[in-house]
Design a binder for this molecule. Sequence first.
Ligand SMILES: [Zn+2]
Length: 136
Amino acid sequence: MSDEDYAPVEFWTALLRGWSGRCPRCGKGALFSRFLKMQSHCPTCNQALEPYRADDAPAYFTIFAVGHIVVPLVLIVERLGQQPPLWFHALLWLPLSVILALYLLPHIKGAVIALLWAHRIAAPKPSSGGLDNNSP
Ligand SMILES: [Zn+2]
């Protein structure tokens, strides 16, 4: 990966581009071909996107965010609603949690990819010889 792959882009600009599902380098090409399926390259500027692997980080951040949004709301409703029945909580918070997670996950994944790109944290290319390459 050469320095030419990294256009000078402000960190927050790259992060916002990633959050919107756009290439962190040019801001025009789509990061995803489907819901969470990454493009291998930006269709606009040809930036390689494959080396930037978010792995499980977006799922962890999404769970963290949804939990910090839903749990206070549950407590507020519990306090102000004078302890509504459990079916009410289930009817309200389960769909809200799922909808929030499905909304936030691609945004957070895009932001994580942009963060990795901005800090040049690319996964190493896999070696052709497998794990036994360095064994004597
Ligand atoms: Zn691009």
